[in-house]
Design a protein around this ligand. Structure first.
Ligand code: ROI
Length: 163
């Protein structure tokens, strides 16, 4: 079993509902044990600012799937919950599931980059991940705690009663 972390994001439709539905779908994944979901946050959009605020969180699982099997499964959940892939880079989305970490593995190919390339710069990923595992060491050797200490949290706000 490998411990994995998946970033959850949504800013179209009913973001909180989609995030909750995604958590239910992750809880039903085969050969996988769902451990926990972080508290959820509201966050100002990174990228084009003419889009709604996001709801963000991080899910923690233990899986026997390979990284690509898990990617297939998360992309299927995105589609099932109404995601339409658009050409626009960094545009709004009904549901985004990003594989952040897959144990200590590093994966780099045309479909997948693990650790997720953008996580170091994204408070909306780092902060909920830190809520779950404050002592996490990253595959590159650095401590999550150090990234969280320096990230810009100005666009991030806790959502009340998000659990
Ligand atoms: N911005 C925020 N705040 N949260 C996201 O989940 C998110 N996802 C994205 C882009 C468009 C980069 N911006 C985001 O994919």
């Amino acid at each position: 079993m490998t411990q994995v972390f998946i970033a959850l994001g949504a800013n179209l439709g009913a973001p909180l509902t989609q995030i909750h539905q995604a958590v239910v779908a992750l809880q039903q994944l085969h050969r996988t044990r769902f451990i926990a979901c972080s508290p959820l946050y509201g966050s100002r959009p990174m990228g084009p600012s003419d889009q709604p605020d996001y709801v963000n969180g991080v899910a923690w699982l233990d899986t026997e799937l390979t990284p690509h099997q898990l990617l297939d499964a998360t992309q299927q959940i995105e589609l099932d919950l109404g995601r339409v892939r658009k050409a626009e880079r960094w545009g709004p989305r009904t549901l985004d599931l990003d594989l952040l970490l897959f144990g200590q593995e590093q994966v780099q190919d045309e479909r997948l980059t693990i650790p997720h390339y953008g996580m170091k710069d994204r408070a909306f990923v780092l902060v909920p991940l830190f809520d779950l595992v404050p002592d996490l060491q990253l595959p590159c050797g650095s401590a999550l705690r150090d990234w969280v200490a320096t990230c810009d949290r100005s666009g991030l706000f806790p959502l009340a009663d998000s659990q």
